[in-house]
Design a protein around this ligand. Structure first.
Ligand SMILES: O=C(O)CCC(=O)c1ccccc1C(=O)O
Ligand SMILES: [Mg+2]
Length: 349
């Protein structure tokens, strides 16, 4: 039972500007392997800050020669993107074996599965005018939720950007993601600034440094908006985050959490604690993006998720089987990830 690993590199249509720097291209690996007669495909697209490095990912995948054996050993323990690829390929093959979609396989025969998942538009840092235009474009193409990157420039500039975003569309739900850029004082100044101008935010994602669980808990207690954590989940256990009451929302990235199964387990644990999970990509290619969509579809009542990142890529591994229509993505019926949409991928490794 061999495993094929094929590298890829995909430029973005234009760089996404975030407080952790500009993302200009995504490099990773298509992983194909089989279980019995069924072949499955997965994707590892590492992003340091959320996962292991590209080189560590490649080294981890180099020693995988059996999907199931690799997952049950420790070789993928410190390589969540590599583990994601192996786990996704295994789930794809198993779901195919049963003739069901990945979402159905994950949710089980009795579980509820969504036909479509609402998604947010993702808007990078840009000037006030460009931010307003991007929000207007997103709403015109059917999104009712927009996530804006903040924390790149100063707090006062971000406040003006958010006022411009709200003025561009009074109906859109707005989220912001500071990618850990702020001190508590800056985060407080930002939320006081926007709320003083009458701007409502659905949540503030990762306002503070990832390690600072207690800081998030203290900020959350004072914040007029919900607080989400993302990068924190790569440094701290879910137990710790939930025990500290550090977040209203967990941003769960299958690529960063080691695959679909672990992501669902985290979301389930959060749900039991009254905390919502938003499934997002790390700007993954089509295979992982569709995998994340199935994970979101297997949640009970998924909120708007951060999966609308396909259009950020200039090219992709395959034609997009799940384009965003009216602010949502339809979940492929399968079998597995997307029927035959990825059949040709990863065979030439
Ligand atoms: O959540 C979204 O809208 C898209 C995903 C996203 O913002 C993102 C993409 C790549 C790396 C990090 C992040 C992030 O959520 O911080
Ligand atoms: Mg984030």
């Amino acid at each position: 039972m061999s495993v094929d690993v094929t590298p890829f590199e995909l430029p973005l249509a234009r760089p996404l500007s975030t407080a952790r720097g500009d993302i200009e291209a995504r490099r990773g690996f298509v992983v194909r392997g089989s279980v019995g007669d069924e072949s499955g495909v997965g994707e590892a697209t590492p992003l340091p800050g959320w996962t292991e490095s590209y080189d560590d990912c490649r080294r981890a995948l180099d020693i995988v020669d059996d999907l199931g054996a690799a997952l049950s050993s420790t070789v993928l323990d410190d390589a969540p993107a590599a583990r994601h690829a192996v786990s996704l390929a295994l789930f794809d093959a198993r779901a195919r074996g049963e003739g069901v979609s990945l979402a159905r396989f994950l949710a089980g025969p009795e579980g509820r599965v969504s036909d479509a998942v609402p998604v947010n538009a993702t808007v990078g840092d840009a000037s006030e005018d460009e931010t307003a235009d991007a929000v207007e474009d997103a709403v015109a193409s059917g999104y009712d939720c927009v996530k804006l990157k903040v924390g790149v420039g100063g707090v006062e500039r971000d406040v003006e950007r958010l006022v411009a975003a709200r003025d561009a569309s009074s109906e859109a739900t707005l989220r912001v993601d500071a990618n850990g850029a702020w001190t508590t004082e800056e985060a407080t100044r930002f939320v006081e600034g926007v709320s003083g101008r009458g701007v409502d935010l659905a949540y503030v994602e990762q306002p503070l440094a990832p390690e600072d669980v207690e800081g998030h808990a203290a900020f959350r207690a004072e914040c007029p908006f919900d607080v989400a954590v993302d990068e924190t989940l790569g440094r701290k256990s879910v137990d710790e985050v939930l025990a500290a009451d550090a977040a209203d929302v967990l941003v769960v990235k299958p690529m960063a959490l080691g695959g679909p199964g672990r992501t669902l387990a985290v979301a389930e644990q959060a749900r039991e604690a009254g905390v919502e999970s938003v499934v997002t990509t790390t700007i993954d290619a089509a295979v992982a993006r569709v995998g994340a969509l199935h994970v979101a579809a297997a949640l009970v009542d998924p909120p708007a998720c951060g999966l609308a990142t396909g259009d950020l890529l200039k090219r992709d591994l395959a034609p997009d089987p799940t384009p965003v229509i009216d602010g949502e993505m339809r979940v492929p019926e399968g079998p597995g990830l997307a029927g035959e949409a990825f059949a040709a991928l990863g065979l030439d490794g």
